[in-house]
Design a protein. Structure first.
Length: 250
C-alpha cells in the first residue's frame, strides 16, 4: 500500500491533522495507490502527485504497467514521474484504463503520450478489457459510482487467492457485489465516518464487507477525521486500518 490518504493527504496543507494524532506515524497518509506484484511483474494502480516519494520509500525502480482507476488529480498527477520507469524499461510504460479516462489523460498530459514530440513518450495508452491477465493473476474490472462520474474497481485472482481494490466509490451496485463477493482481501475506500456524496463511509464499508463475506478488510483513502489508533480499537477482528507502506501477502 503506497498511500492510503484522501485527495489532500494527511495532514492537509496548513498542518491540519484534524482528529488524527500527529504523534502516530501511521496517521501520515500520502495519496492512495497500491503496487501489486505477481510472478515478478509489478503493477501500479494509480499514480498521484506523491508517486516519486512513494516509490523511493518502497525502493521500487521498475513497474511493468499502470492501471488508472479514474482521472481525478490525486490519481493521475504523478504521470510525469513515470519518466525514469520508462527509461529503465526501454519503452513507454503501458497505461491501462477506460477509453474516457485515457482520452482525458491524452488531453492533460499530451507530451507524455505523444509519439511525434521532440521528447520520447513515457506512457502508452491501452484501453482495458473487462478481464485481463497480469503475471499469474487474472484481473477483472467493474465501474463504480463516484459522485457525478465513475471509477474502476478491480478484482485480482491468483489460484485460490483473491484481492479486491475498491477506491473512490459512493455506493455498492449489484455489479460490484457480484464481482467482489467472497474475496479473501478487500482494500476499500473509507473517507469519513459520516455518509458522503462521493465516497464510502465507515459504517457503510463495514456493512458491505459483511454482506460480501470478505475475508479481511483494509481501509484506505482516509481523511483526517479517521485516527489510526481510534479505528484499531473499534474495528472488528476481520478489519484493519491501512497505512502507508503496509505489505499484504495473499
Amino acid at each position: 500500500m503506497l498511500g492510503c490518504g484522501t485527495s489532500t493527504g494527511v495532514p492537509r496543507i496548513g498542518n491540519d491533522w484534524g482528529r488524527c494524532d500527529p504523534a502516530e506515524p501511521r496517521n501520515a497518509r500520502l495519496r492512495s495507490s497500491i503496487l501489486v506484484e505477481s510472478a515478478n511483474e509489478k503493477l501500479l494502480v494509480d499514480c498521484g502527485p506523491d508517486l516519486r516519494q512513494q516509490l523511493l520509500a518502497a525502493q521500487i525502480g521498475r513497474i511493468d504497467a499502470v492501471i488508472i482507476t479514474h482521472d481525478h488529480g490525486d490519481h493521475i498527477h504523478g504521470i510525469d514521474e513515470l519518466r525514469p520507469i520508462a527509461q529503465a524499461l526501454g519503452h513507454p510504460v503501458p497505461v491501462l484504463s477506460t477509453a474516457g479516462t485515457l482520452a482525458s489523460l491524452a488531453r492533460r498530459f499530451a507530451y507524455a503520450f505523444a509519439a511525434d514530440s521532440f521528447y520520447r513518450p513515457i506512457a502508452e495508452a491501452h484501453e482495458m478489457e473487462r478481464e485481463w491477465r497480469f503475471g499469474d493473476a487474472n484481473i477483472r474490472i467493474v465501474e463504480q459510482p463516484h459522485g457525478g462520474q465513475t471509477s474502476l474497481g478491480l478484482r485480482f485472482d491468483e489460484g485460490e487467492r483473491s484481492l479486491v481494490y475498491a477506491i473512490d466509490y459512493s455506493d455498492m451496485t449489484p455489479a460490484m457485489m457480484a464481482l467482489y463477493e467472497g474475496a479473501n482481501v478487500m482494500i476499500s475506500d473509507c473517507l469519513t465516518r459520516q455518509p458522503h456524496p462521493t465516497h464510502a463511509h465507515l459504517d457503510g464499508v463495514l456493512g458491505w464487507a459483511r454482506e460480501l463475506r470478505i475475508g479481511h478488510l483494509y481501509l484506505s483513502h482516509m481523511g483526517n477525521g479517521l485516527d489510526y489508533r481510534t479505528l484499531v480499537a473499534e474495528l472488528p477482528d476481520w478489519a484493519e486500518t491501512g497505512f502507508d507502506g503496509l505489505e499484504i501477502t495473499l
